[in-house]
Design a protein around this ligand. Structure first.
Ligand code: SF4
Length: 756
């Protein structure tokens, strides 16, 4: 009997007694195949998986790792977590009106994220009004009318339109237009919580807020340095690209407080060596750095290269500014302070400097993910990485460059489509010209400011295009209260999640939508959507699975709301034929001319990327080297620095399962990884149940309870635990300078024996 249908009221924060086993020595392999097949068979995902990430097929709704060209493509082009992401959509389970009639919101609040996600695909629009204990079905017609009516009554800046990175280019383009047609730039998106720091650092130094490398560059790089990234779980097909780079003689340096198996060894399931042999060793050097020590690491590395006079003077003279000031600044870097910040021995920096020089003309790429972007000093850190790439001339040549690896399949595309609370004037001008209305110029709310506005009762309407806002954001009780303060909330979702359980003060509507693998027919014609991967490649995705009857696509939902709220003809024209959306995109977004033709190419097309050709889109056309002070992240005695992480059975706040097989965890999630030395110093024991309390300048006690201590080989004074369970520990006001990204990777905590 599927225990996932019964819903005894329980405490989702109760201890779940996970089993702790040995950490894996490497990633993927037979285990990866078996797990992928388990999900694929159980959830009927086999068919879409065959053409996943292949021309003419579906783009994986998981991460944004690019698809290799035919020469490098495997028999199949998906990883274990891609199979899980597809299985989330193809599951035969259905979350029906009968389910909502059986389960009150109070009941559902007693369930875990995992249990909620297992209830299956939503089938029918659902409504909750003030005083209701349960959601009840509502017709699409009435739902759209209620939304349009509300939009007609409010001040535009009392509305917020949130976007999750799974949203296609076509839906994102219409959605930004809906917000701006209303008159607001309140367009927060999940990028605000992940790579906003990357956009801020790269945009101001090299003139583009995206990475500069291609997949071919990864294969050919002489050296790849990965910073704060766990590709084995979060971008698994990257491992095949790293294996190819190693085969071509390249080297890898991994910088991460945790020993992630996916950075140590890769068993490529599409090769005999991978399936039967020893696999491929990846990292040649593994820097088990202290959390938040990365900026110090790159300052010291840059200092060492300057001392060795290993600088690309020709490149610096021709393309860069701020060179001498930066060199003088870096010469003064205090290596003892660096050692304190990084926890690394000076020889470690020297070894990496040797590898940079050995890579020489083959080039050096720096890849990074959340472990680099979710700290107070993330923007200065990423600018220091840019300093490194510029000083050594590793920008705009083969095998070299900056590579922020995006976590959500179309998060980069959404920003390209205009999903940004701080839109550039030229975009707004082009939209004005194209659609004949004046778009708003006042900048809007990002994620953190949106939560502040809801907390302070300034929001009358909140709409979420996908995602799980309440569970993904920091300071959970504050966000929950923010939702309850908001008059009307609209969720466009494929499945039930924790955000649905915090209804607005007047009304909340859940609109069930198509998934990426579902066939999307408009006026009887199958539609394709497009996405942009981490490397700026735009390609088509065409769902072919017969969807549950009665679901609307995301563009159709936005089209109906726009049409009813504003009456413009273009809403239904676009919703009825996505080529019309792409025509407007081609007229208003640079790089999309001949859009319809270009997406017919297998693999799609590359968007312009100036730095790849050493053209820098900065005001002075130069690449900027910059200087930054170093600040030690103090960890007083009796405390630890916590980073929130995903398990291997998780994608953002979607919990696929209760295992984290690479880290040796089974059947549970309430664990905290702490080094044996720190356990000894803190008087803790492996297996002990503890409560976590974050320490922040506002003096508020933020607690997360009932975690099992797991002695683990993490860097000293550093701990790790899963989100969303630990997002409650992150203060709303603890954000990165400039990017305002929550500091989910460096939170000061106390660990105490569990009160329970
Ligand atoms: S690497 Fe990312 S995009 Fe590729 S199949 Fe896996 S989850 Fe999907």
């Amino acid at each position: 009997m599927d225990d996932m249908k019964t819903a005894e009221h329980q405490d989702p924060n109760a201890f779940d007694d996970p089993i702790v086993t040995k950490r894996a020595g490497g990633a993927a392999g037979i285990g990866g195949v078996l797990h992928a097949m388990d999900f694929a068979i159980r959830e009927r995902a086999m068919l879409p998986l065959i053409t996943l990430n292949k021309p003419g097929g579906v783009d994986c709704p998981g991460c944004a790792w690019p698809d290799p060209d035919e020469e490098h493509a495997g028999i199949v082009e998906f990883c274990e977590n891609g199979a899980k992401a597809v299985a989330e959509e193809t599951t035969p389970r259905r979350c029906t009106p009968e389910f909502f009639a059986e389960h009150s919101i109070d009941d559902l609040l007693g369930q875990t994220d995992y249990w909620l996600g297992r209830q299956g695909r939503l089938t029918t629009p659902m409504l909750h009004e003030a005083g209701d204990t349960h959601y009840r079905p509502i017709s699409w017609d009435e739902a759209f009318d209620r939304i349009a009516e509300k939009l007609g009554k409010i001040d535009p800046n009392d509305a917020i339109f949130y976007t999750s990175g799974r949203t296609s280019n076509e839906a994102a383009y219409m959605y930004q237009l809906l917000a701006r047609r209303l008159g607001t730039n309140n367009l927060p998106d999940c990028s605000n919580m992940c790579h906003e720091s990357s956009g801020a650092a790269l945009g101001s130094t090299i003139g583009i807020g995206k990475g500069t490398v291609t997949l071919e560059d990864i294969y050919n790089a002489g050296l790849i340095i990965t910073v704060g990234q766990n590709p084995g779980t979060n971008h698994p097909r990257m491992l095949a690209a790293l294996e190819e780079q190693k085969k071509r003689g390249g080297k890898i340096v991994a910088i991460n407080p945790l020993p992630e198996p996916g950075l140590i060894n890769f068993h490529n399931p599409q090769t005999p060596k991978g399936m039967l042999g020893s696999g491929t060793d990846l990292a040649d050097e593994y820097m088990r750095i202290r959390i938040n020590g990365d900026q110090a690491f790159f300052q010291a590395l840059n200092r060492e290269l300057i001392e060795r006079d290993y600088l690309d003077r020709e490149f610096l003279d021709e393309y860069c500014t701020g060179v001498e000031e930066t060199i003088e600044h870096l010469k003064k870097v205090d290596l003892d302070y660096v050692r304190k910040c990084t926890g690394l021995r000076p020889e470690a920096i020297d070894r990496v400097a040797d590898m940079v020089m050995e890579a020489g003309e083959k080039g050096v790429i720096v890849c990074w993910a959340m472990g680099a972007t979710q700290h107070r000093n993330s923007v200065p850190l990423l600018k220091e990485i840019v300093n490194f790439l510029l000083l050594t001339g590793n920008i705009g040549k083969p095998g070299a460059g900056a590579c922020p690896v995006r976590g959500h399949s179309n998060v980069q595309g959404d920003r390209t489509m205009g999903i940004w609370e701080r839109p550039p004037e030229p975009l707004l001008q082009r939209l004005d010209d194209e659609f004949g209305f004046t778009t708003p110029r006042e900048h809007g709310y990002d994620v953190v400011n949106a939560i502040r506005a809801m907390r302070d009762n300034k929001v009358k309407f909140f709409m979420a295009m996908g995602g799980n806002f309440v569970r993904a954001t920091p300071d959970t009780p504050v966000t929950e209260q923010g939702f309850r303060n908001t008059d009307m909330i609209v969720h466009v979702s494929t499945k039930l999640n924790g955000s649905h359980l915090h209804p607005g003060s007047e009304q909340t509507i859940i609109l069930p939508t198509l998934g990426r693998t579902d066939e999307d027919k408009q006026n009887g014609v199958r539609q394709s959507v497009t996405v942009e991967d981490s490397m700026g490649m735009v390609h088509a995705s065409t769902g072919k699975r017969t969807a549950n009857p009665g679901l609307y696509s995301e563009p159709a939902i936005v089209g109906e709301i726009g049409h009813r709220a504003f009456g413009d003809s273009w809403w239904l024209e676009m919703a009825g034929d996505y080529r019309v959306i792409r025509k407007h995109i081609a007229n208003t977004i640079p790089g999309f001319a001949n859009y319809e033709e270009k997406i017919k190419n297998p693999g799609g097309f590359a968007l312009p990327n100036g730095p790849r050709e050493r053209k820098f889109g900065t005001p002075d056309g130069k690449a900027h080297l910059t200087q930054h002070d170093l600040k030690y992240f103090d960890c007083p005695e009796g405390h630890l620095i916590l980073q929130t992480v995903r398990s291997h059975d998780q994608y953002n706040t979607t919990i696929y399962g209760l295992n984290d097989r690479y880290r040796g965890i089974r059947d549970g999630r309430r664990v905290i990884f702490i080094s044996p030395e720190d356990c000894r110093d803190l008087g803790l024991e492996d297996g002990q149940i503890v409560d976590l309390t974050s320490v922040w300048e506002d003096g508020v006690e933020r607690r997360a309870e009932n975690f099992r201590v797991v002695e683990y080989d993490t860097a000293r004074h550093c701990a790790a635990a899963y989100f969303p369970e630990t997002n409650v520990l992150i203060p709303l006001d603890s954000t990165a300078e400039t990017s305002n990204t929550p500091t989910s990777k460096s939170i000061l905590i106390r660990v105490e024996p569990s009160a329970a």
